[in-house]
Design a protein around this ligand. Sequence first.
Ligand code: SAM
Length: 149
Amino acid sequence: MRIALFQPDIAGNVGTVIRLGACTNVPVDLIEPMGFAYSDRALARAGMDYADQAQVTRHADWDAFLATRTGRLILFTTHADTGLYHFDFESQDTLLFGSEGSGAPDFVHDRADSRLRIPLAPGMRSLNLAVSAGIALGEALRQTGGWPA
Ligand SMILES: C[S@@+](CC[C@H](N)C(=O)[O-])C[C@H]1O[C@@H](n2cnc3c(N)ncnc32)[C@H](O)[C@@H]1O
């Protein structure tokens, strides 16, 4: 299992996801450009000292990310028909998330092997990026037996 963030805008969200990856032993891919400098204090604050134990790979762009990939690419998007709880995850899957402001563009939707949505209460538009990553990863690890012992 891996987590990938497509062009994230907010350092605090990325730091939170890096901490999530460190705590669950799941590598994190960051697809640039990002909306902040990697040295941003908010990134360090949210990632805390967990960043040292995280497996983070920065990719210069979408094509550079694709060149390194193995396994299925599972995009989390509000523009999906299949719900998170109606999908069978595999341990080699990469869980991909769009940016805070604009989500994922059409070419990312088109390239994904599957597109999933996390069910929300009526009238609600979307979750915070890091919250959605936590919910999705929790279900994917539960299904695949990937949680740390
Ligand atoms: C704040 S949301 C982006 C909102 C953006 N305006 C849009 O319409 O996609 C940031 C990312 O979190 C993930 N996300 C948030 N809520 C989600 C949901 N209910 N289902 C699936 N993914 C979600 C998606 O990857 C999304 O690109």
